[in-house]
Design a protein around this ligand. Structure first.
Ligand code: ATP
Ligand code: MG
Length: 684
């Protein structure tokens, strides 16, 4: 039986859990499984999957991880706001780090609570069952009030109810929030779930005494920084005091205590804690740096760098907009990338930078904080713009200023020096990544230049070789006519002739390929009826197939099919495929040429029952000069250019060629060519 009973009239609450760590999502989902039929739990491991799963029906409660690949938790929240089924009434954001800007951004997006990992399943169960209870009680949809202004939260652990009441009253009077625990175990659980800012801890308590609680908290990575004041009426000896302090208590106060003194001590500890929190946060922010650096260095496109950079920095610093502006040597904007955290549609047309800003950055090599955007010499204020403050960091390459990184906020004086320093640190990493991208692009452009030079060289050489080869062929032909030759001489002439034929083919094929690469070949595009052309090529090869006693036929499903193509090139494709099939099939084998219609493509299959191609060679056979070097095909002559030509021509025509083969069984080449208009099938 489930823990929470629902009457049939209570509508079921739909909960969506999204976390890219599958086990976290599963743990949370399992914890909520205890709610039984009161809740329907949907879980997903990324934003798009989540959106897909809830596209037909909205959810009431959303629990989402913050940093997920592709879509962050904040973006998901944003997207779900516009869900036709209504936005979730409760939203929880789960994160591994409590980055400073996150709470601000989260509150802007009306997130109810930011939960820091690790989260105990019991805690999530508690939160959600409370929500469900509240939803049941009000027939009205829940009003989402968002998080309140931050108050310090103090955990009071004491087994005596009168002590609890008294301390609670004092704390309320001072303006603190408080949570209570009646024994040691409860104190530990509340410390984990509520992450209080300070703990007032009694020593003699049931289940676990205060010293044991203290020891456990100090050895817990997530809790050890919480200040603890021991408050006791029983353990008054100096040995006890020593023990408590040695175990890590920040203060040891004995009862009866002076109220004002206690409050003063609490205030001091909280002040220290605040300063320590800021340092801890800063450390965490710094640990973000290598993470971002790693993400950036894997990118080869500027827009990807901009995207990661703007997302991560805007979220971390709680900015509403982020801009990356790339500059040329004269300070003119060459590219502008931007994101808006709260409203993805709000896109500024152009980012106009003040010359004074550029001068300042170039002079000092430092960024700036714009405290009040309405009156600041570095900021061009625009009435329509909601920006009231900004932080700007330069992207300095090894030599030049590559651009600027700008984050904006709708409140004045939002950004602090810490923000600027962090942004500058991130910007210097990004600048390296940007320079690498440019270098990479230059190199690719160069590797292309070289390719072009090589192609031109091959083209010229092939072209120049053609004439001498033709002349060898011509003169060797004349030899036979110039006078009688003995048998051996005739055999030599035959060999010369067959070699020159091969050479000529090779040279022509090389020329052809380089011309395609250089986009020099004179391609004409005309409307061609492919089936008739195929018949023509099949006829050409009939004699060759007959010489090898091969069964050879065209089986066309399609009667006519028009393609927009270069006639000579397509003819060459058909010739190369059919020529190979005959060449690589032993005597007595069978070759079938089949045509089929596949959507808007004509598929031509050339099937043979020949030697086949070993699977290790298959991925390479369309490469230039690649030939299978094993088995029976080794002795067959060829240059390994035919299929490379087939592939480039097919691709240049918007088509494709594929192969399937099994050694000793046969090979099928499948050629797809895009159709123009409708093809006609054989039977009508
Ligand atoms: P050429 O440049 O004269 O065409 P080639 O026939 O060797 O020379 P390709 O047509 O590119 O070159 O074929 C590459 C290799 O793929 C061939 O050497 C052969 O090993 C293998 N191959 C191609 N077609 C078939 C086929 N139908 N059956 C078996 N192997 C084939
Ligand atoms: Mg070939």
């Amino acid at each position: 039986m489930s823990k929470t009973e629902t009457s049939p009239t209570t509508p079921q609450v739909r909960i969506l859990i999204v976390d890219d760590h599958p086990s976290t999502a599963a743990t949370l989902a399992r914890a909520l499984g205890q709610l039984g039929s009161a809740a329907e739990v949907v879980s997903a491991t990324n934003g798009s999957e989540a959106l897909e799963k809830v596209k037909d029906k909205g959810v009431d409660i959303l629990i989402t991880d913050m940093i997920m690949p592709e879509m962050t938790g904040l973006e998901l929240i944003e997207k779900l706001r516009d869900h036709p089924g209504g936005k979730p009434s409760r939203t929880y954001l789960v994160t591994a780090y409590d980055v400073p800007g996150l709470k601000v951004t989260a509150s802007r997006l009306k997130v109810n609570e930011v939960l820091i990992k690790p989260i105990r399943p019991e805690r999530i169960y508690q939160i959600i069952s409370r929500d469900i209870e509240e939803m049941k009680q009000s027939t009205q949809p829940l009003k989402n009030t968002g998080p309140e202004k931050r108050k310090f939260k103090i955990l009071v652990a004491d087994d005596r109810p009168d002590n609890l009441t008294l301390l609670a009253r004092y704390l309320e009077y001072e303006g603190y929030d408080h949570v209570e625990a009646k024994d040691g175990e409860e104190a530990l659980i509340k410390a984990q779930d509520e992450t209080p800012d300070l703990i007032l801890l009694d020593v003699d308590m049931p289940k676990k005494n205060g010293f044991a609680v203290l020891e456990e908290i100090r050895s817990n990575e997530n809790l050890k920084h919480i200040p603890i004041i021991i408050l006791t009426a029983a353990r008054l000896d100096s040995a006890d005091v020593q023990e408590g302090l040695n175990l890590g208590a920040d203060d040891y106060i004995t009862k009866p205590f002076d109220r004002r003194e206690l409050m003063a001590r609490i205030r001091t500890k909280l002040r220290v804690k605040e300063a320590e929190d800021a340092t801890r946060r800063r450390n965490r922010e710094l640990s973000l740096l290598p993470e971002i650096g790693k993400e950036l260095s894997a990118r080869t496109e500027l827009k990807d760098i901009a995207n990661i950079l703007l997302k991560r920095t805007a979220e971390t610093l709680g900015a509403i907009e982020g801009h990356m502006v790339m500059l040329d040597a004269n300070g003119n904007t060459t590219e502008h990338y931007q994101i808006s955290v709260s409203n993805p549609e709000a896109i500024t047309e152009q980012m106009i930078l003040e010359q004074s800003l550029l001068n300042h950055v170039l002079d000092t090599r430092q960024g700036v904080i714009v405290e009040d955007a309405t009156k600041n010499e570095y900021w061009l204020f625009n009435e329509k713009d909601q920006t009231r403050s900004a932080v700007i960091a330069p992207l300095f390459g090894r030599r030049d200023l590559l651009g600027l990184l700008l984050l904006t906020h709708e409140q004045e004086n939002y950004f602090t020096l810490d923000h600027l320093l962090l942004l500058q640190a991130i910007a210097s990493q990004a600048a390296i990544a940007i320079e690498n991208v440019r270098l990479y692009q230059n190199v690719t452009e160069e590797q292309k230049q070289l390719e072009k030079i090589k192609n031109e060289f091959i083209a010229t050489a092939s072209h120049d070789l053609k004439n001498p080869i033709m002349s060898i062929s011509g003169f060797s032909n004349l030899l036979t006519k110039a006078g009688p030759l003995n048998d051996q001489q005739e055999e030599f002439v035959d060999r010369i002739q067959s070699s020159t034929k091969n050479m000529l083919e090779l040279v022509q094929n090389m020329l052809h390929l380089t011309e395609i690469d250089l986009q020099k070949s004179e391609t004409s595009r005309e409307s061609i009826e492919a089936i008739a052309l195929l018949k023509e090529v099949v006829n050409e090869f009939e004699i060759q197939a007959a010489q090898k006693s091969q069964k050879f036929a065209l089986q066309s499903e399609v009667a006519t099919a028009y393609i927009h193509a270069d006639l000579l090139q397509i003819k060459q494709v058909f010739r190369n495929l059919i020529g190979n099939a005959i060449k690589y099939t032993p005597n007595g084998g069978e070759i079938k040429v089949i045509t089929k219609l596949a959507q808007d493509y004509l598929e031509v299959q050339v099937q043979d029952t020949g030697y086949g191609i070993p699977s290790a060679d298959l991925p390479h056979i369309f490469d230039r000069f690649y030939r299978v070097r094993t088995g029976k095909t080794t002795e067959i002559e060829g240059n390994g250019l035919g299929l490379a030509i087939v592939k480039s021509i097919a691709e240049a025509h918007g088509g494709d060629v594929r192969v399937q083969s099994k050694p000793d069984e046969g090979t099928t080449f499948m050629l797809d060519l895009p159709l123009v208009g409708r093809a006609v099938l054989q039977n009508g």
